[in-house]
Write a protein that binds this ligand. Structure first.
Ligand SMILES: [Zn+2]
Length: 357
């Protein structure tokens, strides 16, 4: 049976009252336990959103019955209210409720938490500089002013054309600029980097900025693509940022294998599959895919591609352990990929590459 380091998954969405009929929180921890995860970092966009310490405290109470020995921490959400943000950032620095990180959505995604005014994004970064914030600042980088064309649910690929690669790289450039100008002193962390150009840009800037930068990569952006997976899954594989074309996806995978990115996060995000299927509901399908069950298969594939043990350990455990100051004990887990875990979600986004399609 394959062995690997116990995993830290810094990027999961576990849902709240928006899907009160569905046990996504419970399922998330079921899967995390099943694949050998030691810690999960939850994003702040369930309903109610996790944008103040009381909401964070309540959320941790909620996960208690399900999380077993898994360390559950929350990236507290930034809002358009600077005073509230200041309180949240100070809470992160105090370490209360296990806080160690904040999250800014540079555009709207699930939960509509986008800080869409660039002056506001700048003001939040300057606030971080002024209060000498030292936490991890996570960004969802997409600049909606650069989106091209409209999303047409009848043509799933139009989502990838609209939310184009340049809109991501440009949003990263703006964030880096704000962090330099605002004298940011924390760790600048870019979630789910989907474009090879974004990876190249961040790497070209690492030695030119006075703070650490982190590139998070997802399984789907390194292994799935718009050319092959929309034809199989349609809008079910709609996510933000979207799948890229095959050549970009292959370049992302090359960067991962070369050690150009820092951590893997699953961006696990369950939705009722009926909402994903436009023709059944007549609505705009939501963005996000379930991904936690994929961890053992993803690790196996990276090994097949020849990744070194040291690099793999860094991507799935060591780097997140240090960046988020988790201080978790590394250990080996021995786990077989279990495709039956997908059944609870009604589909398997990785069916093309795990051999089940
Ligand atoms: Zn996400």
């Amino acid at each position: 049976m394959p062995k690997y380091k116990n995993i830290i998954d810094p990027h999961v969405h576990l849902r709240g009252k928006e899907y009160s009929q569905y046990p996504f929180l419970q399922l998330g921890f079921r899967d995390a336990i099943a694949v050998g995860i030691a810690a999960v970092g939850e994003q702040p966009n369930p309903n109610p959103s996790l944008t103040n310490v009381d909401a964070v405290k309540a959320r941790l109470e909620e996960s208690k019955p399900y999380r077993g020995k898994i360390f559950h921490w929350i990236h507290i959400g930034m809002t358009n209210d600077l005073q509230q943000n200041e309180a949240s950032l100070k809470a992160v620095m105090s370490g209360i409720y296990g806080l160690r990180s904040d999250k800014t959505f540079n555009t709207h995604s699930t939960g509509n938490m986008g800080i869409t005014d660039h002056e506001k994004r700048k003001a939040i970064m300057f606030l971080k500089g002024e209060i000498n914030y030292t936490g991890v600042s996570i960004f969802h980088p997409e600049d909606e002013t650069l989106f091209t064309g409209d999303y047409d649910p009848q043509d799933p690929k139009s989502h990838s054309i609209k939310q184009n690669e340049r809109s991501e790289t440009s949003s990263i450039e703006e964030t880096v600029r704000n962090a330099i100008d605002g004298r940011f002193k924390g760790i600048l962390y870019f979630a789910h980097v989907s474009s090879p150009d974004s990876i190249c840009y961040i790497n070209s800037m690492r030695n030119k900025v006075p703070f650490e930068m982190v590139i998070e990569e997802t399984w789907h952006h390194m292994l799935l693509n718009a050319d092959q997976d929309y034809p199989l899954h349609g809008n079910r594989v709609k996510m933000n940022p979207p799948l890229r074309n095959k050549s970009s996806q292959e370049r992302v995978l090359e960067h991962v294998l070369r050690g150009d990115v820092d951590v893997i996060g699953s961006d696990h995000a369950g939705h009722p599959v009926s909402l994903k299927d436009l023709l059944e509901t007549g609505k705009i399908p939501p963005s996000g895919i379930p991904a936690l069950p994929f961890w053992p298969k993803g690790i196996e594939l990276l090994r097949d591609y020849g990744i070194s043990k040291g690099l793999l350990d860094n991507l799935i455990f060591n780097n997140s352990n240090r960046i988020f100051n988790l201080d978790l004990e590394p250990k080996e887990v021995e786990i077989l990929y279990n495709p039956d875990l997908w059944t609870a979600y009604g589909w398997n986004p990785f069916s093309r590459i795990d051999g089940s399609h």
